[in-house]
Design a protein around this ligand. Structure first.
Ligand code: PEP
Ligand code: MG
Length: 322
């Protein structure tokens, strides 16, 4: 199997009926980045920067962060990296930061909420990232955006860091793209506004599913209770691609869902052409998408999710088609 997938590495990403797609890779630590070459991933579509913060014993100083991001760029020459700013809180704990007891940590003080309440931490990370990316194309995205204003404020901090670096004679990125993760359902009703303001969107289905179905992603009793291949989620996801397309805002999906072949087929059918996944998923997903007839798949999937039949799972139908 592995060998078979390896052979696919250099095969262009185009479906049987000529529809191009892109497969990107999720990573968190520098060691993950060696998989970029062997899998042939187009880019690092999600770099979870908090993992580096979780394995050290104190909050990394700006120079350490700078060295880390510089090493990341050096590890994948020619491949862009989409850095996600610190997504801490909930299940991701920094041992050296005092945790406040929370009744519902997944709904608590986390991710961009911490970043905006403690802007010095975010500014330090942005400064390190932007300095490491001097002269390069840099992509940064913010996790857990619930209202557009949070994105606007985070973007403003990034712009202030660019001004700071210029003022102090440091190099700055050649190009900077700032994106928002779509993983909090409230953002589904602000898609026009966020698509207008963000340079790109990245859909985090792990959290989006957890919040849409009110099912804790860490709780085995409920985490697989609702099928992601069913109308409620697929309709929501389709509205994201459609709105983003109207604004010419590129959109990627980086949740685990995109790394499963049947899910990837359904996602392609509703318009997701860029998926980011763990390295081991790239081979199986590529094999599935290469063999797909997208126009037939589109008809099937859209027909099923629009059917007013109680929004049942469409998994069996997609499986049969595949
Ligand atoms: C997600 O929520 O889908 C996601 C990609 O981010 P994480 O799994 O790190 O929360
Ligand atoms: Mg998430």
């Amino acid at each position: 199997r592995q060998e078979q997938y390896h052979k696919l590495r250099d095969v262009p990403c185009v479906t049987r009926d000529g529809v191009p797609f892109e497969l990107h890779m999720n990573a968190g630590l520098l060691v993950d980045l060696r998989h970029a070459e062997e899998t042939g991933a187009t880019s690092i579509g999600l770099f979870r920067t908090e993992l580096q913060f979780m394995i050290v014993s104190q909050f990394p100083r700006i120079q350490q962060q700078y060295d880390f991001y510089t090493s990341a760029f050096a590890a994948v020459p020619g491949k862009p990296i989409t850095f996600r700013t610190l997504d801490i809180g909930s299940d991701k704990v920094l041992p050296y930061m005092t945790q406040t007891e929370e009744e519902n940590p997944a709904l608590g003080w986390r991710a961009i909420r911490i970043s905006l309440d403690r802007p010095a931490l975010l500014r330090m990370q942005l400064r390190a990232l932007l300095r490491a990316g001097a002269g390069r194309d840099v992509r940064i995205m913010f996790p857990m955006v619930a209202i557009v204003d949070e994105f606007v404020r985070a973007k403003d901090l990034a712009m202030r860091e660019i001004a700071y670096l210029k003022r102090h004679g440091y190099g700055v990125p050649r190009d900077l793209q700032l994106g928002a993760m779509v993983e909090v359902p409230a953002l589904l009703w602000q898609l026009d506004e966020i698509s207008e303001r963000a340079d790109f969107l990245s859909v985090g289905t792990n959290d989006l599913i957890q919040y849409m179905f009110a099912a804790d992603r860490e709780n085995k009793h409920v985490s697989s209770r609702f099928d992601s291949l069913s109308a409620p989620l697929l309709r929501a996801l389709r509205s994201i691609v459609e709105t983003a397309a109207r604004h010419n805002t590129p959109v990627t999906l980086c949740g685990e869902m995109g790394g499963q072949p049947l899910e990837a087929l359904a996602l392609l059918a509703i318009g997701f052409h860029k998926l980011s996944m763990s390295p081991s998923s790239i081979g199986p997903v590529k094999a599935a998408l290469l063999s797909a007839d997208v126009s037939a798949l589109k008809k099937l999937v859209n027909g099923l999710i629009d059917a007013k039949d109680g929004a049942k799972s469409i998994r069996d139908a997609v499986q049969k088609f595949a």
